[in-house]
Design a protein around this ligand. Structure first.
Ligand code: FO1
Length: 307
């Protein structure tokens, strides 16, 4: 069994690659970017993985359904409602169904499994927790949800702190913990370490399980040189006092992963990362198409099968 910890655009690319090679993949998804909007519970990372594995993700945007329309949003705008978070018309249906199930007492993991089956996805998608927790960004103009920071304010405000609100009361999904326990390889996808992966590995039972299996855990750097492949990773890492580089990634994952894949061009970081006791592997880590996704997936899996 292979488990991947995922959240965001880079993550889904690797999950898709692995799913083309292995039929025993389990995906543990971030939930701390979930948000209540217009009375609907929206789970962007869970949905990006769902749409990605179902083959209907809008690959250019990296979120939502391909060829979707935005008439609902246009109408909301006419009605003077918030329209900064663009919910597509087909995407909307999923949020309505999920919210109805939640109102009827179903858990987020039950609902996610139901959706996974509706989309004929083979790989289980497990929300890291069924409890609501959210990444809050403390800024010069106040404290806000991570979606408000990145989507509404375009990530342009200075950050003073980042925290996971509600994590103290959140319980990791027992199926997520079990799948880590039973996996021969656990992959930390090249997602944002603070807003996508951080909330998953900060859940105490997941963290404990990863720590005890760290020789089987491999992370893929979302940073090349000093810059992220995409998104606000650098900004969030710096706000946490972590260097934005493959070395920063290695130190952040040091307790939970003994293996790190970095870009071929980052050979200069190899020595310092090895000094942390982490094995380093170099390859092409930018995934621009399905072939790249499968190549990186094979590279990661071969590290363990050829050992
Ligand atoms: N990202 C944007 O940059 N702008 C949007 O309007 C937007 C809408 C949206 C709707 C549904 C969904 O599932 C994702 C959406 N995203 C949007 C992406 C989302 O902000 C990120 O994928 C994740 O939160 C990153 O972890």
């Amino acid at each position: 069994m292979i488990t991947i910890l995922a959240g965001g655009t880079g993550s889904v690319k690797l999950a898709r690659g692995i799913s083309k090679i292995r039929d025993d993949l389990v995906v543990i998804s971030n939930v701390a970017d979930n948000i209540w909007l217009h009375g609907l519970y929206i789970c962007p990372d869970v949905d990006t993985i769902t749409y990605g594995l179902a083959g209907i993700l809008d690959k250019k945007r990296g979120w939502g359904i391909m060829d979707d329309s935005f008439m609902f949003m246009e109408q909301m705008k006419k009605l003077d409602q918030d329209y900064w978070f663009k919910i597509g018309d087909k995407d909307l249906a999923l949020h309505v169904v999920r919210t109805n199930f939640l109102n009827n007492g179903k858990s987020l993991s039950w609902i996610t499994e139901w959706i996974q089956k509706k989309f004929s996805i083979l790989s289980p998608i497990i929300p890291a927790s069924d409890n609501h927790m959210e990444t809050r960004i403390e800024t010069s103009i106040g404290d806000m949800h991570v979606q408000e920071f990145w989507v509404k304010n375009h990530g342009e405000i200075n950050i003073s702190n980042i925290r996971y609100q509600g994590i103290e009361n959140a319980v990791a999904n027992s199926r997520a913990v079990e799948s880590i326990k039973n996996s021969e390889v656990i992959i930390i996808a090249p997602g944002n370490p603070i807003s996508s992966i951080g909330p998953i590995i900060s859940l105490p039972t997941i963290r404990k399980e990863l720590e005890s299996k760290k020789d089987n855990v491999i992370a893929i750097s979302p940073i090349i040189g000093k810059s992220p492949v995409s998104g606000p990773a650098s900004k969030y890492m710096q706000a946490r006092g972590i260097e934005s580089s493959p070395f920063g990634i290695a130190s952040y994952y040091n307790n939970v992963a003994s293996n790190l894949v970095i870009s071929n061009s980052d050979v200069d970081y190899e020595r310092s990362i090895k000094m942390l006791g982490i094995d380093v592997y170099k390859t092409e880590i930018v995934m621009q198409n399905l072939e790249d996704e499968i190549n990186l997936s094979n590279f990661v899996l071969n590290i363990f099968t050829s050992a």
